[in-house]
Design a protein around this ligand. Structure first.
Ligand code: DOR
Ligand code: ZN
Length: 394
C-alpha cells in the first residue's frame, strides 16, 4: 500500500508538484496589510535577535518511538512545553500523567538531553466523568498544569472527549476554578450541520460564553485560535482568559491547502481560515497584549497517514517553530514584540517563573528538510524543502 501511495505522489501524470510555486511564496503573494517586506524595512531590521528562551504552550509529543523521534526537536527550541493528553488511551488521570512524564524524561535522556534542559508540563484529558477529586490530585501533584477540553469528535483522538460541557463537567470545572487550574479549550463545535470553517465562531456563542458566565473565575486558554472572532473575543473579554496562536495560522491562509493541488501537510484542525482571519491573528500576536502567547500545536503524523485518502490533521513544526514565528513577526515589522509573545506572556498566565536563559536568532537562510526520521517511517515538517530567513542558534 505504501508503495502505491508513493507512486501516486510521484506520478508523472500529476503535474501539480512541478506546477506549483512554493506554498510559502504563493502565500506571500497574497496581499496582506500587516506585511512590511519592503527593502527599506528589511534593511532596518536587525540581523540578530536575542530573546529569553521561548516556551511552547501547546504541543503534541505522542508516545513510544514517535516520542523518541520528536522530543529532541522541541527541547532544542523551547524551555518548557504544555504537553497535550490525546494519546490512545487518553491521559485522564494524574497517575497516567505522571507515568507519561516519566516516558518523556526517558526519551529526553535517550536523545542525550539533560533533564534540567527541558521541562514537560503535563495536562489531563477532560471527560464527561472526570471527578472533582481528580482535579485536586492533579493540582497537588505539581506535575499537572492544566486540563484539556476536546469536544467529542472534534479532532485526533477526541472520541473520549466531552459531549456536554456544562451538563456533565460542572464538578470538575468547579474544582478547577477553585484551585486555579486552567482549562485549555479546543474551541470548535462538532455538529455536522455547522460548516467546518464556522465551527470556532459558533463555539464562542454556544460554549465559550456560557462556560465563562457559569465559571467566571476559571482560567481559560482558547487554544490555537484561527479566526478574527476568537481573537477579538479574547482581546475584549473580561476575566482570566488567554489564547495560543500557532505559527502556521500566522503565516498561512486557507489557500495554502490548495496551491497547485491538495497540500496535506498544511491540513490541521482547526483548519486554516481566509486571509482576513490570518491578518486578525497577526494583529493579536504582535499587539503586545499578554493575553496572546505562543503555542505551536506541533502535531506529528507519519508521512503515509498525511499523504492519504483520509489524511490526519496536524502540522509538524517542532523542528523550526521559533524560526517560523520570527518570520511572521518580521513580516509584520514587529520583531520587537516576539519575546513577549514567545517567552513571557505564557509563563505569566500560568503563574510560572519566566525562563532565564537567552537564545539567539540570526537572519540566515536555511532549507527545511524534506522529511525527518519518525520511528520506522518519516514525518514531513511544515514547508519542507522551502527556505526560512531566520535560524535559531543552538
Ligand atoms: O491538527 C490537529 N492535530 N489538531 C488537533 O487538535 C489535534 C492534533 C493532533 O493531535 O494530531
Ligand atoms: Zn493540539
Amino acid at each position: 500500500m505504501a508503495r502505491e501511495g508513493a507512486q501516486v505522489v510521484d506520478s508523472p501524470h500529476c503535474p501539480q508538484p512541478h506546477a506549483a510555486a512554493s506554498v510559502t511564496q504563493a502565500a506571500r503573494a497574497v496581499k496582506c496589510g500587516m506585511e512590511t517586506s519592503s527593502p527599506s524595512a528589511a534593511a532596518l531590521a536587525p540581523a540578530r535577535l536575542d530573546i529569553l528562551r521561548p516556551d511552547d504552550w501547546h504541543l503534541h509529543l505522542r508516545d513510544g518511538d514517535a516520542l523518541d523521534a520528536v522530543v529532541g526537536h522541541t527541547a532544542r527550541q523551547f524551555a518548557r512545553a504544555i504537553v497535550m493528553p490525546n494519546l490512545r488511551p487518553p491521559v485522564t488521570t494524574t497517575e497516567q500523567a505522571v507515568a507519561y512524564r516519566g516516558r518523556i524524561m526517558a526519551a529526553l535522556a535517550k536523545s542525550g538531553i539533560a533533564a534540567d534542559r527541558f521541562t514537560p508540563l503535563m495536562t489531563l484529558y477532560l471527560t464527561d466523568n472526570t471527578p472533582a477529586d481528580e482535579i485536586v490530585r492533579a493540582h497537588a501533584s505539581g506535575v499537572v498544569h492544566a486540563v484539556k477540553l476536546y469536544p467529542a469528535g472534534a479532532t485526533t483522538n477526541s472520541d473520549a472527549g466531552v459531549t456536554d460541557l456544562l451538563g456533565r463537567c460542572a464538578p470538575a470545572l468547579q474544582a478547577m476554578e477553585k484551585v486555579g487550574m486552567p482549562l485549555l479549550v479546543h474551541g470548535e463545535v462538532t455538529d455536522s450541520d455547522i460548516d467546518l470553517f464556522d465551527r470556532e465562531k459558533v463555539f464562542i456563542d454556544r460554549v465559550m460564553i456560557p462556560l465563562r458566565k457559569a465559571f467566571p473565575g476559571l482560567k481559560v486558554v482558547f487554544e490555537h485560535i484561527t479566526t478574527k472572532d476568537a481573537a477579538h473575543y479574547v482581546r475584549d473579554a473580561d476575566g482570566p482568559i488567554g489564547a495560543t496562536i500557532t505559527a502556521h495560522h500566522l503565516l498561512y491562509n486557507r489557500n495554502a491547502l490548495f496551491i497547485g493541488g491538495v497540500r496535506p501537510h498544511w491540513y490541521c484542525l482547526p483548519v486554516l481560515k481566509r486571509e482576513t482571519h490570518r491578518q486578525a491573528l497577526v494583529e493579536a500576536a504582535v499587539s503586545g497584549s499578554p493575553r496572546f502567547f505562543l503555542g505551536t500545536d506541533s502535531a506529528p503524523h507519519a508521512r503515509g497517514l498525511k499523504e492519504h485518502a483520509c489524511g490526519c490533521a496536524g502540522c509538524y513544526t517542532a523542528l523550526h517553530a521559533v524560526e517560523l514565528y520570527a518570520q511572521a513577526f518580521d513580516l509584520a515589522g514587529r520583531l520587537d514584540r516576539l519575546e513577549g509573545f514567545a517567552s513571557l506572556f505564557g509563563a505569566d498566565f500560568y503563574g510560572l517563573p519566566r525562563s532565564t536563559e537567552k537564545v539567539t536568532l540570526v537572519r540566515e537562510d536555511w532549507t527545511i528538510p524534506d522529511e525527518l526520521p519518525y520511528g520506522n517511517t518519516t514525518v514531513v515538517p511544515l514547508a519542507a524543502g522551502e527556505s526560512l530567513p531566520w535560524r535559531l542558534e543552538s
